[in-house]
Ligand binder design. Sequence first.
Ligand SMILES: Nc1ncnc2c1ncn2[C@@H]1O[C@H](COP(=O)(O)OP(=O)(O)OP(=O)(O)O)[C@@H](O)[C@H]1O
Ligand SMILES: [Mg+2]
Length: 197
Amino acid sequence: MGLILTYEEGQTPLDPEQINGLKIKTISTQQQLNEFEQTNINEALKWLNSKRKIKAVLSEEFMIQLHKRMLGMVWKWAGQFRRTETNIGIDWTRISMELRLLVDDANFWVEHQTYLPEEIAIRFKHRLVSIHCFPNGNGRHSRIMADLIALHVFGLNKFSWGNSSLVDSSEQRKMYLKALQLADNGDFSQLIKFARS
Ligand SMILES: Nc1ncnc2c1ncn2[C@@H]1O[C@H](COP(=O)(O)OP(=O)(O)OP(=O)(O)O)[C@@H](O)[C@H]1O
Ligand SMILES: [Mg+2]
């Protein structure tokens, strides 16, 4: 297996077993991998855009389906919860329980207007990526989830995320990671601001 991967700051490295889940065996560089993943994600975005209203955005089933749509052409483990420890996420044995709690909490926030709509979307995104359900792709998945909550739960525009893909290292990515760290400490203001920048 000749694939050599490089990681940007704040990215989750893949373990050898996960790398074995690569469906396209001709991929040999990080750049090629990024391109194939982006093509796959664009297909998922087309699928999402073809839907007028998604009712069950805030559900485990939908989030699993979304991850599979985003990366299923490239990775065998797309749409499957991780079974290994990662640098960011919680203990993998607690993923399904914590995701259940997050979905329940978020539905409560929506129903009771606990926070403003954008804060609900961003709090959800942050807790989702902190759980880190999947071996990889959690950052991109969580940003799309925030967009879908804005759009389908609240009828707001999608976020702009610094007008950047955030996949490669950049000033925007640095700001994004800083905002995530503030959110780790309970301050969501910078992440909300960044998402709308
Ligand atoms: N301190 C942190 N607190 C919360 N989330 C973090 C922190 N550091 C990194 N993250 C999130 O973890 C993501 C990396 O996880 P993973 O590699 O699974 O996602 P990805 O979609 O491949 O990455 P990316 O979002 O960089 O494209 C980052 O994008 C970011 O969203
Ligand atoms: Mg990654």
